[in-house]
Design a protein around this ligand. Structure first.
Ligand code: 13P
Ligand code: 13P
Ligand code: MG
Ligand code: MG
Length: 365
């Protein structure tokens, strides 16, 4: 057994510039400085999508390591101080706790991490999204790991042919279930087709049991019990030899599927794949955006990144996303552009309902 590397991605929105559209460079500088000076890490890379700061870190401390989580927490606290100084919008938005307590789960930031023995060559993609929620990965992960029309490797790569196991989380009842694909895809789709509640947390290759993908499934509003912005999620996917090829992992994003989280976290809109230079959603605070950074790991060093959606081959997906955005926007405050009532419970909806309660007159049959 070789030594194991842990790839940890932790993200938070600790203040937007301007509004919820982007991150001020001073915050990114602060984060870079703190991570690059840490003896805990082998390597790190700091980026952002929209108003969310993403900390990409490699180390040998394993998953759920208190010191690594504390480091990320400290970075977000320090960035919050900068955000407060600059009076950025929603400074400290995602930090739900006053102090760190052992593990960053449940404190607000989103986290995805995986531990594995680095292969001969280890290409990974970090997908990061803004103005959406963890279930946004359900459709693309399904396509990458269970749909042969997307991933020809499922048919012709002997290491993929047995299929993949999906660890699916019920974020409301806090339960998990493992589905084996391809046998159980119909059962699984009953659940992951409802991405507001069920999220694909991990995917494992069945041939070896190796971890293939992991996403952040933290639900900020459920933790906070009030509206605090959407849980803009991240997802790590290992690629090639036994896993989807880089191009197979990217292919699902040629279709800008509808996701929840646009404007005030309360609207559905198309997920637009963009290059880093376009990772600042402005139109109606959106439309929702996803970036993909590719790295080759080398003894834990992050070689790269390659800005994978910076490719004209995704122009048509962006154009379709813009057309869908025009179409959806014309519905204004009507569903299904606006989220259904049960997903609006952390907005003004309960207050309005309460105020009007007496004015609703019961009608007899
Ligand atoms: P587990 O509880 O399955 O270890 O999940 C850890 C986690 O949420 C890190 O993203
Ligand atoms: P974020 O969840 O990205 O902070 O956006 C919140 C919002 O209200 C956008 O309109
Ligand atoms: Mg924000
Ligand atoms: Mg955001």
């Amino acid at each position: 057994m070789g030594k194991k590397i842990t790839l940890t991605v932790i993200k938070a929105d600790v203040g937007g510039c301007v509004g919820h559209s982007s991150v001020h460079p001073e915050l990114l500088e602060k984060a870079k400085e703190m991570l690059s000076g840490s003896p805990l890490l082998i390597d790190s890379y700091v980026t952002h999508v929209g108003d969310d700061i993403n900390l990409i870190m490699t180390h040998e401390a394993g998953r759920n390591n208190g010191e690594v989580h504390q480091l990320a927490w400290d970075v977000f606290v320090a960035c919050t101080d900068v955000a407060k100084k600059l009076k950025l919008y929603g400074a400290g938005q995602d930090l739900l706790a006053d102090a760190f307590s052992g593990n960053i789960k449940g404190l607000g930031p989103g986290i995805a991490e995986m531990e594995f023995e680095e292969r001969e060559s280890e290409p990974v993609i970090i997908f990061m999204a803004d103005k959406t929620e963890p279930g946004a990965w359900n459709l693309p992960l399904y396509k990458m790991f269970a749909d042969p029309f997307n991933t020809i490797g499922l048919v012709i790569d002997p290491k993929m042919h047995k299929g993949f196991d999906f660890d699916v989380r019920d974020t409301v009842e806090n339960k998990k279930i493992i589905f084996s694909t391809p046998e159980e895809i119909y059962d699984m789709l009953v659940f992951i087709g409802a991405p507001g509640r069920f999220c694909v947390k991990r995917v494992f290759q069945r041939e070896t049991g190796d971890i293939a993908a992991v996403s952040s499934t933290q639900r900020l509003n459920l933790m906070a019990g009030r509206y605090v912005g959407k849980d803009d999620p991240v997802c790590i996917v290992r690629c090639q030899s036994g896993f989807p090829a880089v191009g197979e992992a990217l292919e699902p994003f040629t279709y800008p599927h509808l996701v929840a989280g646009w404007m005030r976290g309360s609207h559905n809109g198309p997920l637009m794949p963009v290059a880093l230079k376009d990772a600042h959603p402005t139109r109606f605070d959106g439309p929702p955006r996803v970036i993909a950074l590719g790295f080759q790991l080398s003894e834990g060093k992050l070689i790269g990144p390659q800005d994978l959606f910076d490719d004209p081959a995704f122009d048509r997906a962006r154009e379709l996303a813009n057309n869908v955005a025009d179409y959806m926007r014309r519905m204004g405050p009507f569903e299904p552009h606006r989220l259904p009532l049960d997903e609006m419970e952390y907005t003004t909806m309960p207050q309005v309902s309460k105020r009007l309660k007496e004015r609703f007159i019961s009608l007899r049959k």
